[in-house]
Design a binder for this molecule. Structure first.
Ligand SMILES: Cc1cc2nc3c(=O)[nH]c(=O)nc-3n(C[C@H](O)[C@H](O)[C@H](O)COP(=O)(O)O)c2cc1C
Length: 265
């Protein structure tokens, strides 16, 4: 039985150890079709492919962590602009949640993948390059090293709600009774590179303005992932609204970068 999307958001954890069993042809086909049909309100160019790749029984990304036993990977290529990065996070996180619903393990892995088994696997559309990969398969028993790493990184820990999300131009907390508290809580649970959780927001009237608190290679992908969780939360709660870039928005208390706004209809 598949789980619902909110349970998937709450239960998903990065999986870095995989069982030897390959993905069944029907699961592969389902995931490929699902990835193809994901969409994003932020535009840009993103390509998502599913491939069998021999990255060794233990794949050590140039960034951190290690993936063991994976045979099948998603490859995510994007244009070099901000919209593409946001959309990559927003679209591929939908695939991660679908895989989670189906009981499969996944782990976002960022990098340049130069001189790796992933490098020349596919010819990407003009202007795009490989920005992330993601093993997908049946979860295996996490090895001691993986458990130690996730514990040291505090991977399961999330920042407190009130340190991320505000109201009235960052001056007040969001009341727990606000209907937007639920989708923001879904955003809070999202995965991010090095668990950096860069998403910030303030709710003013019928609009939530989103900001990014980090500025690294993965910041906008991370924010796209958080916005995907927020959107899944609004859909689940029957909250109708749309994303748009506004010229006027509250000035944040620190050098957080404005990303987008969500206005209720
Ligand atoms: C864009 C992105 C890049 C990531 N890159 C890596 C990586 O290179 N190596 C790794 O082991 N985990 C990577 N992760 C997984 C994060 O470390 C993980 O999501 C975070 O610590 C939170 O843990 P959780 O996913 O178990 O909730 C990445 C996650 C994201 C969103």
């Amino acid at each position: 039985m598949t789980m619902d999307i909110i349970t998937a958001i709450k239960q998903r954890r990065s999986v870095r150890t995989f069982a030897p069993d390959p993905l069944s042809p029907s699961l592969r086909e389902h995931l490929e079709r699902f990835a193809e049909h994901t969409h994003s309100p932020f535009g840009g160019n993103v390509t998502i492919l599913l491939r069998d790749i021999d990255a060794g029984s233990i794949f050590r990304p140039e960034t951190y962590g290690m993936i063991s036993g994976a045979k099948t990977y998603f490859l995510i290529s994007t244009g070099s602009d901000d919209s593409s990065a946001l959309s990559a996070g927003y679209r591929f996180e939908q695939v991660i949640l679908e895989a989670t619903r189906l009981g499969l393990g996944t782990c976002w892995v960022g990098g340049t993948f130069r001189k790796s088994a992933f490098e020349s696997h596919d010819a990407w559309p003009a202007g795009e390059s490989l920005r992330a990969v993601c093993p997908v398969g049946i979860p295996g028993r996490a090895r001691f090293l993986e458990r130690a790493m996730t514990s040291v990184m505090g991977s399961y820990r999330r920042k407190p709600f009130e340190s991320l999300f505000y109201a009235d131009g960052f001056r007040a907390p969001i009341p727990a009774s606000s209907p937007l508290a639920f989708p923001l809580e879904m955003m809070r649970l999202a995965p991010s590179s090095t668990n950096s959780q860069p998403w910030r927001a303030t709710k003013d009237g019928d609009t939530v303005h989103f900001y990014c608190a980090t500025s690294n290679r993965y910041s906008l992908i991370d924010c796209g992932i958080g916005l995907c969780h927020f959107a899944e939360g609004t859909a689940h709660a029957g909250i109708d609204g749309s994303f748009g870039t506004l010229t006027e928005h509250p000035v944040p208390p620190r050098d957080w970068r404005y990303i987008t706004s969500f206005t209720l209809r």
